[in-house]
Design a protein around this ligand. Structure first.
Ligand code: ATP
Length: 859
């Protein structure tokens, strides 16, 4: 596909930035129509009239000469120091992207929030406001956005860097020359104070020794990294970049300071991603050949028809799922090899809610902060962070409101989306991925969410989102869009107006029809939908894109030199060990959820009185004589055991599966599986204890039990705990709550059949006995009989037999004792029974942990 340059008529590729013959920008006439200018919503820089150095039409300088590697200090104008931005480490602001020259642009202060920007003879140019306005020299303001090539750099970000330019005494990153040990951390007592929620209070220290300078980690929560590797202690030298949490610093020993590195921001690069899933007919390809690069501060939309693969792509990009081919690089580091390093830097808001509807907004944020922020973060700091995030997202007034379900609303849909986002912003991640953050929202709400994301991107975050049918205003807030169709990449490049014109090459940019196109973002999708209907393969669109100039600039042009890719695996992702702190927080959160879910908890609690009432109703009709006790008490005890197992199993069966979105998200961050499983077990175990007390308390007297009540209670509780473990195992193994509930009988029915009451174990053959020994009810039942036997021997006086012996007939055999009757030679002692129940619970709980871990490996 090609077009002709409007200035010299030379043939040029579609979407090319500069005409290879005359150097003009051929797309310019399309996008600088009066209508387009009028619709611009993002702040545009007014061009100083008559400034010959700044031309919106033609670049003055298209020199492709390699840039000299200069280490000269930046020039000073009027006594104030200029800043130089570029790829070279000697620059004041180092931005490492292929399209950025070693020394790209200088900024000379003209007054507060004003600079003179000079392009330093770069190949890819410097632009202001949009990539249509190239400059060689111009006055720019804090609210402007510079483009270095296509690298977006909002000048509001310069504040961060300006602080580093202050005299050494006032520079927060200045290294004290006289100290042998320099401490770094979040706490104010450190020599270098790093204000980031991912930095620990006392995070690391630089130690001067005769052998040189060493960086030592001080058992920080998110780690200290040198050269991509997590280190306890490592030598560092001038120019070295190291990271504390997601805070990246460059050591400048010449100027005795640390320099905040661009590496704190995230440059995301997808390289040839392919995702396949196994099917009975062989692997099915969901995505293929996806390659693109997103720069920090860019807001990128993933679009495409339903089922195109947008969610699949997001999941593959951020290591939620492992692609079958290709890789994702974060600042040049392969994501799986360096996941530990980037874990805290990635924020992901899936389509499903990652919040518990029973909690208030504040509580949900509080527990998440407790789980994700470094352990040394105080409650006061957490409170401040929560209010800051709520304030930033403009939802402070929702803090005390219950989140509620989408059906039972307490907060609006838009606020709900923001609360999900707030959970991620607590840790201030540099990369944010959002799956349909605007779905289900009214257009004004959707636009507000998009504006919010725009602001976050302008502050330095790299943001990707999937979106359906955005309004024109929302569309124009995005920098780039990536279109997918049937898993193929059919476009990646500027959102407005390029993407809209790209999909309609038949419409001339200045034709009246272009106006209609440019007012409707949905126009991009129409050719794709029509082609799909007519059976045209999407590969045709993908091939066309690979031939376009957009591919050259936004895919090939942004691709990192393969030699710079860091594939070296960092030490394998450390499986989080059991963490007492997490257990406390998770238990507290789960208990709060249970207490807030009054109706659900009440339904669970009334089960015990109902069961007790029914047992009393059935068994109390007996006269209570020894014979009837001998006949019916074992059955009543067995039913108590089965009820206890039912309580445990049914209480637990939905508890993991119903919050799998939250679990998965927290697991990606830092959730410890043993702590998570233990928290569920502790709270559900307490609930079962209440149920068992009620059940036994309401039946013990009426059914004339004689065994030690505490021993009976212990046995019932152990049975219920085994039931909890089995329920959790179900919950971890299935994908839906419905499946979990449907499977509870599969656990319970064998307990009834094989537990030894319906068919005594004594009369089972060897195989059935072995099977019976795998049920908890068998040991629970036997333990209950042992306990009952301790209080009262089952002896049957002759006069209590139902029929007196006939005169002269041999005396009837004494009815065997229930333990003999039900267990015979298979009988074991009480302690062994209780031990077996405990062992079952431990083994099944380990199975829960293994099942959850297996899920990690499958993804
Ligand atoms: N685990 C899986 N096994 C088989 N097919 C899958 C799996 N996950 C996704 N798919 C299929 O892959 C395709 C892409 O799914 P995906 O959810 O990524 O699409 P999408 O573009 O996000 O759709 P939507 O816009 O409707 O959310 C769909 O056809 C879907 O059915």
């Amino acid at each position: 596909m090609s077009q002709r340059c409007p200035y010299c008529d030379a043939p040029i590729k579609l979407g090319v930035l500069f005409c290879p013959a005359c150097g003009a920008r051929p797309r310019l006439p399309r996008v600088r129509s009066a209508e387009f200018e009028a619709e611009v919503t993002r702040p545009e820089v007014p061009f100083p009239s008559g400034d010959p150095l700044l031309s919106p039409a033609l670049p003055l300088d298209l020199s492709h000469a390699p840039q000299p590697r200069s280490t000269a200090s930046p020039r000073s104008i009027g006594g104030e120091r200029s800043l130089v931005i570029g790829r070279d480490q000697s620059c004041d602001i180092v931005l490492d992207a292929p399209q950025i020259s070693r020394r790209h642009v200088s900024l000379t202060p003209l007054g507060p929030g004003r600079w003179l920007a000079r392009d330093l003879n770069t190949a890819n140019g410097t632009f202001v406001g949009s990539t249509q306005r190239r400059l060689t020299q111009a006055e720019v303001h804090r609210k402007d956005v510079l483009f270095l090539g296509s690298y977006r750099f909002p000048l509001s970000r310069i504040q961060d860097f300006e602080r580093q330019q202050t005299p050494r005494s006032g520079n927060p990153l200045a290294l004290p020359a006289d100290k042998p040990i320099i401490t770094l951390g979040r706490g104010p007592a450190n020599d270098i104070v790093l204000q980031s929620p991912q930095v620990s209070r006392h995070h690391a220290r630089l130690v001067r020794e005769s052998g040189g300078l060493f960086l030592e980690d001080l058992s920080s929560a998110n780690g200290t990294f040198v050269g991509g590797q997590r280190v306890q202690r490592a030598p560092v030298e001038h120019g070295q970049i190291f990271s504390l949490g997601s805070f990246a610093l460059r050591l400048d020993l010449e100027r005795m300071r640390l320099q905040k590195s661009y590496r704190g921001d995230i440059l995301l690069q997808a390289e040839n991603l392919r995702v396949e899933v196994p099917t009975p007919h062989g692997p099915r390809r969901l995505l293929d050949g996806i390659s693109f690069t997103v720069y920090p501060t860019e807001l990128v939309g993933l679009l495409g028809p339903s089922g195109a693969g947008k969610t699949t792509l997001l999941n593959a990009l951020i290591a939620y799922n492992r692609p079958s081919f290709g890789r994702t690089l974060l600042n040049g580091d392969e994501i799986f090899a360096h996941f530990d390093r980037y874990r805290g830097a990635i924020g992901y808001v899936p389509q499903e809610d990652i919040i518990h509807s029973e909690l208030t907004v504040y509580q949900a944020l509080y527990y998440t902060a407790k789980l994700r922020l470094p352990p040394d973060t105080t409650d006061e700091e957490i409170d401040q962070r929560i209010w800051q995030v709520l304030h930033d997202l403009e939802i402070s007034d929702t803090a005390p409101l219950r989140i509620g379900s989408p059906e039972q609303k307490s907060i609006s849909g838009g606020q709900r989306k923001r609360v999900n986002l707030a959970m991620e912003l607590l840790t201030d991640p540099s990369l944010l991925c959002l799956d349909e953050p605007t779905s289900g929202l009214a257009s004004e709400d959707a636009l507000n969410v998009m504006r919010l994301l725009r602001r976050l991107a302008d502050r330095g975050k790299t943001i990707l989102l999937t979106i359906h049918q955005p309004s024109l205003k929302a569309y124009r807030l995005m920098d780039n869009t990536l279109y997918l169709a049937d898993g193929e990449q059919v476009y990646y490049g500027p959102a407005y107006p390029d993407s809209m014109l790209y999909f309609h090459p038949e419409v001339a940019p200045d034709a009246p029809a272009a106006r209609a196109l440019l007012s409707d973002p949905g126009s991009c999708m129409r050719p794709l939908v029509a082609a799909k209907r007519s059976g045209e393969p999407m590969e045709t669109f993908a091939a066309r894109y690979r031939q376009s100039a957009y591919f050259d600039e936004f895919v090939s042009g942004r691709r990192r030199d393969p030699a710079q890719v860091n594939l070296t695996a960092a030490p394998p992702r450390k499986p989080p060990s059991f963490e007492l702190r997490q257990l406390r927080t998770l238990t507290h959160r789960f208990l709060t959820i249970k207490l807030k879910d009054r109706i659900g908890t009440l339904i669970l609690l009334i089960q015990a009185p109902i069961v007790a009432m029914l047992l009393n109703l059935v068994f109390i009709q007996d006269e209570g004589g020894v014979f009837t006790r001998m006949e019916h008490t074992p059955l009543a005890l067995f039913l108590l055991v089965i009820s206890a197992i039912w309580f445990g199993g049914s209480n637990a069966a939905r508890e993991i599966v119903r919050e799998q979105a939250v679990y998965r998200r927290e697991r990606m961050v830092n959730l410890s599986i043993p702590a998570y499983v233990a928290s569920k077990f502790v709270v559900l175990g307490l609930l079962c204890l209440v149920q068992c007390v009620a059940l036994l308390g309401l039946t013990y007297g009426p059914l004339d039990f004689h065994g030690a009540p505490l021993l009976h209670l212990l046995t019932l509780w152990l049975c219920a705990l085994a039931g909890v473990a089995a329920g959790l195992l179900l919950s971890a193994a299935v994908r839906t709550s419905e499946a979990a509930i449907a499977m509870v009988p599969i656990v319970l029915i064998p307990q009834v059949i094989l537990g030894g009451a319906i068919m005594p174990v004594a009369r089972m053959d060897t195989w059935t006995r072995t099977l019976s020994a795998t049920t908890f009810s068998r040991f629970g039942f036997e333990a209950m009989l042992h306990t009952e036997e301790r209080a009262l021997a089952y002896e049957v006086p002759l006069d209590e037999l139902p029929l007196p012996p006939l005169p002269g007939a041999p005396a009837p055999p004494i009815a065997p004792h229930p333990l003999d009757r039900f267990f015979g030679d298979a009988e074991t002692g009480l302690l062994l029974d209780l031990g077996a129940l405990s062992l079952f619970t431990v083994v099944v709980l380990s199975g829960v942990s293994l099942s959850l871990r297996r899920r990690d490996m499958l993804s």
